[in-house]
Design a binder for this molecule. Structure first.
Ligand code: A3P
Length: 719
């Protein structure tokens, strides 16, 4: 009752959606075996030591529970002395397609055969010649013809099978029939079949026959490449080797008439999709032109309701629903907890709710489920039936490219991925290249804001023997600028390349400084997702001085707006001012709203991971600030910065002390000489930042961190 109530309520909410999409993508992984179901009859009748030794076993076993009849491993009994080596094929008609396929396969395999039109109720051909069986194997194009035989003829055939140790193979077009059946409720429903070409014709005779039959109706289905030999792509570090493997699968597809233009692929075991293996994405695009894939792993396998999609490198990654529910076993009666448990999942349980709560669902299962027990078909046929009975959801199937388009129309906010630390999730770590290591991520971020002394801190930290900074980026003024902007879309491999491969001898405390992380809307949550244990350092100077320093920085870089307008013009500009003035105004003023930005970082990182430095102190007493920084980082070796820094009177700043007493200072863009700020601007900014500074002081108090000297002065003068 409780479930019904809940479900009804959910329906009411969901009926507003005019059309809900549903895609069942069933993956037939690894081998092709039987698109048609191959039911081997009378396997039990085949005695191990020769025909007839087990006596008569009733063929009715097939009818009562076909799943109990495993596929025979060999078609022809080893003892062939009592039967002629001829296969009897019951075809539907002389022109039936499958019948012709069976015959073609028998012919090419050099089997002797005789075709008969399947008798309706009776008219069984003569099976024996004196004491000798005339047929070694019986094949039914349509297994139902065997099932519907009248009692007399079936008994006759069964007896013959027992007597001569003959097997019956029946084809039942279950996959196609189910597809057609589902199409009555789900327009255009089409199975999407995956293939790993290396396993083609690698099974028993029946399995190989199944491969051929499946391919003979290739055009009825959609197809996607799995991997040539079902290998996990993340194991291939070399992209061209990976591409070669894909080419083999493509060659196989082309040779066997499998369409190759669906733009969809699935990686075995989710490998390489998330965490992203760059090589896979590149090879997929290059060899196949792949545009869509799916996985259960983003952001994590569990809980399933949090699974999301994303787009990376032009490939849409769609979330895939669980397949564990119906792939526990291949036997209906052996379903964990009993078949009723499976039925519960369908009738209002997890599977039902999955469809109900997700406008788009992708399911995937493995061929063995269909070939042996049809649990998958059973499950989804009944699920659709249940949905039609109890909801007014409109079910629909779309090909992968359209499906991805639709998905990101519904969920545009999911387009941008959020990269996480692959080592924080065991499953992710297992499907991440062993050549990649989380030790290559930084443990410290200096986040800015700009013009507060971040370059000086970066230089000083780099002088510490235990600290290793990033390689400079040529594009973004030496900073990586990963978390705040478009670089983030290049992925974590790109980010890691900025840090050396860790070795036992090198220090391993990597850090980077990108001064525009501080006021970025997205940097904090992105950084926390990838580097949850990182330490964060921000440096704060008077926001008014910071704004003025930025303005002077722009002037020094020849910015036309900064050269044309005074600082006062810029900071006091109103809404009617030209857009470019407003842009510069924002760059001057917004980063100084310290409390707002700091709060954003504190919502993602524990306050014990965040250190707020006084930029004024860093400028006047850098060695004591560096003591504090080393303590915060928990470094084993404490360096005495009093000994390695020296004040350079010419520069007017503290610099690195080199051997021989010379100093190495920051470049001329840092610590510029420019006129003092005019008093009108100062009083304007004092007022502008008053409330924000009060908020900042409260925040620092909560964090248990001392107030910078400039903030104390501001607060005192505000009284
Ligand atoms: P000005 O050039 O306006 O004086 P950032 O590196 O974050 O962009 O900050 C630049 C500012 O760092 C400079 O701003 C300067 O005041 C300050 N700074 C602090 N210590 C410094 C040092 N040792 N050398 C040069 N500049 C330093």
């Amino acid at each position: 009752m409780l479930v019904c109530g809940l479900v009804r309520r959910l329906f009411r909410q969901l009926t507003l959606q005019t059309s809900l999409l549903l895609l069942f993508i069933f993956c037939m992984a690894s081998v092709f075996i039987s698109a048609y179901f191959l039911y081997a009859v009378k396997r039990d009748l085949e005695p191990a030591g020769g025909a007839g030794s087990e006596g008569a076993v009733d063929c009715d076993g097939l009818r009562s529970d076909p799943s109990r009849q495993p596929l025979p491993r060999t078609v022809l009994p080893s003892d062939s002395s009592r039967t002629d080596p001829v296969v009897l094929v019951f075809v539907e008609s002389l022109y039936s397609q499958l019948g012709q396929e069976i015959v073609a396969i028998l012919e090419s395999s050099r089997f002797k055969y005789r075709t008969e039109i399947s008798p309706g109720k009776g008219d069984m051909p003569t099976l024996t010649d004196k004491d000798r069986g005339r047929f070694k194997l019986v094949i039914y194009e349509n297994l139902l013809k065997y099932v519907n035989l009248d009692a007399w003829n079936r008994e006759l055939l069964d007896k013959y099978c027992v007597e001569y140790g003959v097997g019956i193979v029946g084809f039942f077009k279950a996959l196609l029939e189910t597809q057609n059946d589902l199409r009555t409720s789900v327009p255009n429903f089409t199975f999407n079949l995956g293939y790993s070409g290396k396993f083609f014709h690698a099974g028993t005779d029946e399995e190989d026959l199944g491969d051929d039959l499946l391919l003979s109706c290739a055009s009825e289905f959609w197809w996607f490449p799995h991997m040539w030999n079902h290998m996990q792509p993340h194991l291939f570090h070399n992209q061209s080797v990976l591409a070669e493997q894909m080419l083999l699968n493509k060659k196989f597809a082309t040779e066997h008439g499998i369409p190759t233009n669906m733009g969809y692929a699935v990686a075995p075991h989710h490998s390489g999709v998330y965490p992203v293996h760059v090589q896979l994405y590149e090879a997929w695009k290059k060899v196949w032109g792949i545009k869509v894939t799916s996985t259960e792993e983003y952001p994590h396998l569990k809980p399933a309701r949090f699974r999301r999609g994303f787009i990376h490198n032009g490939i849409s990654v769609l979330p895939r629903q669980t397949c564990g529910l119906f792939t526990h076993t291949i036997f209906h009666k052996e379903y964990p907890g009993g078949p009723r448990e499976l039925d519960k999942l369908i009738s209002g349980g997890e599977l039902f709710l999955t469809i109900l709560l997700n406008p788009i669902s992708i399911f995937m299962t493995h061929l063995s489920n269909y070939g042996n027990d049809r649990l998958g078909l059973y499950t989804f046929k009944n699920l659709v039936k249940f949905l039609r009975t109890w909801t007014n959801l409109k079910l629909q199937t779309l090909p992968p490219l359209q499906l991805a388009q639709r998905y990101f129309q519904i969920f545009p906010q999911e387009r941008d991925p959020v990269w996480q630390d692959p080592c924080e999730d065991k499953r992710h770590k297992d499907i991440w290249s062993k050549e990649k290591t989380c030790d290559r991520f930084p443990k410290l971020l200096i986040i800015g804001p700009q013009k507060t002394g971040t370059t000086a801190l970066y230089l000083f930290l780099g002088m510490h023997p235990d600290m290793t900074s990033n390689y400079p980026s040529r594009e973004t003024f030496e900073e990586i600028q990963f978390f705040n902007g478009h670089n983030y879309h290049k992925g974590i491999d790109w980010y890691m390349e900025f840090f050396p491969l860790p070795s036992n001898t090198s220090s391993d405390f990597y850090f980077e400084k990108s001064a525009n992380y501080f006021d970025s809307e997205v940097a904090a949550y992105r950084a926390a997702a990838l580097l949850p244990k990182a330490k964060i350092i921000t440096i704060l100077i008077s926001p008014a001085d910071r704004a003025y320093s930025w303005y002077q920085h722009q002037r020094a870089h020849g910015d036309a707006v900064a050269l044309k307008y005074t600082f006062h013009d810029i900071i006091t500009a109103d809404r009617r001012a030209p857009a470019k003035v407003r842009v510069l105004q924002n760059r001057c003023l917004v980063p100084g709203l310290y409390a707002t930005h700091l709060e954003r970082w504190l919502s993602r990182y524990h306050s014990s991971q965040v250190l707020v430095l006084d930029g004024q102190l860093l400028r006047s007493e850098p060695a004591s600030v560096m003591d504090k920084v080393q303590k915060f980082l928990g470094l084993a070796n404490i360096v005495n910065y009093h000994k390695i820094l020296a004040f350079d009177p010419k520069k007017g700043f503290w610099c690195q002390l080199l051997d021989g007493g010379k100093t190495k200072c920051l470049g001329k863009s840092k610590g510029r000489k420019y006129p003092d700020m005019d008093s009108d601007s100062r009083s304007f900014l004092k007022e502008y930042y008053r409330e924000h500074n009060i908020e900042l002081s409260k925040l620092l108090y909560k964090m248990g961190q001392p107030l910078p000297s400039w903030l104390r002065e501001e607060l005192v003068s505000n009284r």
